[in-house]
Design a protein around this ligand. Structure first.
Ligand SMILES: Cc1cc2nc3c(=O)[nH]c(=O)nc-3n(C[C@H](O)[C@H](O)[C@H](O)COP(=O)(O)OP(=O)(O)OC[C@H]3O[C@@H](n4cnc5c(N)ncnc54)[C@H](O)[C@@H]3O)c2cc1C
Length: 382
């Protein structure tokens, strides 16, 4: 059996100054937000707030300066993300560009395309979405049917994408599409394109989830022209590229902090002298949270060192989603027994939202079953 590596990592002392600076900024900027709004964490969309982060140099902060970045370290970025998420900052507008699309452009984009888009992403003015899933192709991503066919000067795209987060507000989609027949391998013949969503032939239809919000949608492509330079990497390399992209998507602190607001509100409502039952619950949850943080930090350290910890990232996402989903029912059971958090309180309000939002936490970014398959493969068990 293969093994995994969660080498412990301590954040360098020089990150403490950045943490203080971010906390101070957020205290002022977010003063008017309600606990329920903060509970939306990385689904909270506020283009104005993203622009302010851009002005601070806190989007794309690890990117080269020539593309609008600050050339700061992966671990400094980690500290920034932790503070944003713990405070419940509305980061959705720029989150995908900062986390993965910008990095993909840096790795695989043509030079002219990098110069066209990256500085605007870093300013918090250009937002991205992920075009992987389609109707009938989610877990089985290699079965996608959206197709690009060669035309003079570029490609024509036809098909549709589903569950695309912020499809109605994003400017660009990085889409995985089929550029040749499936032939021997279903993975061959897939390519990634940058598609401007304002292009003629693109239609976006919002999809409402069971919290009542329409934060994702379905995107239809009808003879959409995409110029040659918008191809990312080489034609036919889309499968390898999309897997590298998923590793970026799976290990960050957003994979265990989505229910964090509830823990904060529980601690506040429990007061300075909680019952033994609440003390035990808060202690258990905090220990689990801290362990996940150490694991996620270890992955960040490996990424900073140029490693590709895809197995470890899948483990963090699987255990992190389990934690995020267990928190709301555990708190609800404790509240029923302890007569805490009557209706209308911040605690009840956050709990109400998270009980409805959390089932999706183990779907987005790859389902539990798919992650466990990856983990079993990584360990050499299948
Ligand atoms: C909040 C949210 C945001 C999202 N945002 C985006 C986005 O921005 N861009 C994007 O492209 N996608 C996005 N998705 C889509 C997400 O990636 C898919 O929902 C997910 O990959 C599952 O695909 P599916 O919905 O087609 O379900 P299916 O693949 O049909 O799976 C249904 C069930 O069958 C199980 N299953 C499937 N195959 C296997 C197998 N081989 N072995 C064992 N069990 C299996 C799954 O685990 C799941 O429980 C988002 C989803 C959510 C909930």
């Amino acid at each position: 059996m293969n093994s995994f590596n969660f080498e412990p990592l301590a954040l360098p002392a020089q990150t403490a100054g950045l943490r203080r600076e971010v906390r101070e900024f957020l205290r002022e900027e977010l003063a008017g937000m309600t606990p329920r709004e903060r509970a939306h964490t990385w689904q909270g969309f506020d283009a104005g707030f993203s622009r302010k982060l851009g002005e601070k140099g806190w989007i794309g902060m690890t990117w080269p300066r020539e593309y609008g970045g600050q050339e700061r370290s992966v671990l400094e970025r980690y500290v920034l993300l932790e503070e944003l998420l713990a405070a419940g900052a509305p980061v959705a507008a720029h989150w995908i560009a900062d986390r993965q699309s910008g990095t993909l452009l840096l790795r695989f984009g043509r030079e002219e395309v990098r110069r066209r888009y990256l500085p605007a992403m870093a300013c918090g003015e250009l937002f991205c979405c992920i075009g992987m899933s389609e109707p009938n192709s989610g877990s089985d991503l290699a079965s996608i049917r959206t197709r690009a066919t060669r035309v003079d000067g570029g490609w024509k795209v036809n098909g549709s994408k589903l569950w695309t987060t912020n499809a109605d507000k994003a400017h660009l989609m990085i889409a995985l599409v089929r550029t040749s027949r499936e032939e021997d391998s279903r993975h061959a013949g897939l390519s990634q394109f940058i598609i401007e969503l304002s292009s003629p032939g693109v239609t976006v239809k919002p999809v409402v989830d069971h919290t009542g919000a329409a934060h994702f949608g379905e995107v239809f492509f009808s003879d959409v022209f995409v110029a040659d330079e918008m191809l990312l990497g080489n034609e036919g390399d889309g499968w390898a590229q999309v897997n590298a992209e998923l590793a970026l998507e799976r290990s960050g602190p957003e994979r265990y902090l989505s229910s964090y607001r509830l823990l904060e509100e529980l601690v506040a409502a429990a007061g300075p002298d909680p019952s033994p039952r609440l003390t035990e619950l808060i202690g258990e949850l905090t220990a689990e949270l801290w362990t996940l943080r150490q694991m996620s930090l270890s992955v960040a350290g490996q990424l900073a060192g140029g490693g590709t910890p895809a197995l470890e990232a899948a483990i963090v996402k699987d255990l992190g989603a389990r934690f995020e989903q267990e928190l709301p029912p555990l708190v609800q059971a404790a509240l029923d027994d302890e007569a805490l958090g009557s209706s209308g309180t911040a605690l009840q309000d956050v709990l109400d939202y998270l009980l409805r939002a959390s089932p999706a936490f183990s779907l987005r970014g790859g389902t539990r079953e798919i992650l466990r398959g990856i983990i079993a493969k990584g360990l050499g068990l299948r």
